[in-house]
Design a protein around this ligand. Structure first.
Ligand SMILES: Cc1ncc(COP(=O)(O)O)c(C=O)c1O
Length: 448
């Protein structure tokens, strides 16, 4: 169940009074309801769907732990994330290891911990996965990330070269090649998922004809949420999506692809299509193509990040001072080192210290000494005074994991359990935490 506005306001006041600001506040009930909605949206159309939480989106251990406890697998993209996941208590069998440039040390660490699958980003990496298996005397379960014209180009093997790479891997005594991985990008529209999925099913069909049966298709993340990234005009998006899906159904893939390119980022912040639209587009493609090709139905793996974690986290910040400079500037104690700037994120902001029904339009700016430290250029909030607590909603994705110590230390975090209990899950950084890596310098001086 999502939290009501009133509950959020009360929790924000309580948490700020108890733990101070700036502070991230995570609502477990919202994390659960968004995760469950995501799972149902896909499983309604393709039963054999596995959901793996994308750790890079928010790797607060308390969130990674909660996602796993809800039944999600855990998707990592670096050696540091592998360490974090294992330390959080996630068993290797529930970890999917993705990402570019995995060093041998990371591959060996993953093999030692028997991770569920390592998805290779290149043919070179496939070979090194084989070497890591050989060193351990075992077959490593692997997949191959592919690239198509629709996906980010930095990652994976071009799909036209994938069959040869998979044949080579299938011949290795140390690789058990099981599937294909793709991650298209961020805020992707449903028709593009269908297009890429269709290409992957064509590849599975070709491999099947060569006696290689792959078991899974991992379609990565990228399912949009309001406010994060720029999503286009909803009417235009809807029309484009309907047209593209229908051309796809008529087997006019080229036209569908050309049309779907019109639906992507736009300059405005608008609500994205419902997640159920994505489940339907992928389920329909899977059913249609597996039937047409007589393929054994593959497992569909999804790696949502922003969709499941964005709405569950808010940032609480205190008003430090107010300035009039053409407009009203509300200066708060959280800056763009803790949440995205007004240029990249459309924050939903409220003054939880005021019961006034009226609003004023203000600029919300942080305490950092640089001109771009603006959280909102146009926030309509209840009249503000110094000391008030401002709630910035939907900051769960790519804010905590990308937060940085620029001039000020980073914020702590509190988790609000379903019974309303508040648990501090990360303490606020202090000045000495910031300087801890400089211990060689300080220790030498102290000893001199
Ligand atoms: C491989 C992979 N999977 C999943 C994700 C999560 O993406 P999102 O937060 O857009 O759902 C990412 C993010 O870029 C990614 O690179």
């Amino acid at each position: 169940m999502a939290n009501s506005g009133q509950e959020l306001r009360e929790d924000a006041q309580k948490a700020a009074a108890r733990f101070g600001t700036p502070l991230y506040m995570i609502h477990l009930s919202r994390l659960k309801s968004d995760y469950e909605r995501f799972c149902s949206a896909f499983r309604a159309h393709w039963k054999n769907t596995e959901v793996s939480y994308s750790v890079k989106t928010n790797y607060l251990p308390a969130i990674v732990h909660a996602m796993h406890a809800m039944g999600a697998k855990i998707e990592i993209v670096s050696h540091m994330e592998l360490h974090l996941a294992l330390k959080t208590g996630i068993p290797g069998k529930d970890i999917i290891f993705n990402g570019p440039c995995k060093m041998d040390e990371a591959l060996e660490h993953a093999v030692r911990n028997e991770v569920a699958v390592i998805n290779a980003d290149s043919t070179d990496e496939l070979q090194r996965i084989g070497l890591a298996g050989k060193k351990r005397g075992k077959k490593v379960t692997a997949g191959l990330r592919i690239a198509t014209p629709e996906t980010w180009q930095k990652f994976g093997v071009p799909i036209q070269h994938a069959a040869a790479a998979i044949q080579q891997a299938a011949a290795s005594p140390y690789i058990d090649i099981r599937g294909i991985h793709a991650h298209i990008g961020a805020n992707v529209n449903p028709a593009i998922y269908a297009t890429v999925l269709e290409k992957i099913l064509d590849l599975l069909h070709a491999l099947h004809g060569q006696g290689i049966a792959l078991e899974f298709i991992d379609m990565g993340g990228g399912y949009p949420v309001p406010g994060l990234g720029r999503w286009g005009n909803p009417f235009k998006n809807l029309m484009v999506s309907i047209l593209a899906v229908n051309f796809q159904k008529l087997k006019m893939g080229k036209i569908a692809k050309a049309i779907s390119r019109f639906q992507n980022y736009d300059a405005e912040f608008k609500p994205p299509p419902a997640i159920e639209t994505y489940g339907e587009a992928m389920g329909q493609t899977l059913r249609q193509k597996t039937k047409e090709y007589g393929l054994p139905p593959p497992k569909l793996i999804l790696e949502p990040g922003r969709y499941v974690v964005s709405g569950a986290v808010s940032l609480l910040t205190r008003v430090l001072e107010i300035k009039e400079h053409e407009k009203k500037w509300v200066m708060v104690d959280a800056g763009t080192n803790l949440a995205g700037s007004a240029e990249t994120q459309a924050h939903h902001v409220a003054n939880v210290s005021s019961e006034s029904p009226g609003t004023e339009n203000v600029i919300l700016a942080g305490p950092l000494c640089h001109g771009g430290d603006i959280l909102s250029n146009s926030a309509d909030i209840a009249p503000v005074s110094p000391g008030d607590i401002i709630l910035i909603q939907d900051v769960g994705a790519y804010n905590i994991s990308q937060s940085r110590q620029f001039i000020t230390p980073r914020a702590g975090a509190v988790m609000v359990r379903e019974n309303g209990e508040m648990e501090e899950v990360r303490r606020r950084e202090n000045f000495d935490d910031v300087l801890i890596l400089d211990s060689p310098f300080f220790d030498k001086r102290a000893g001199a």
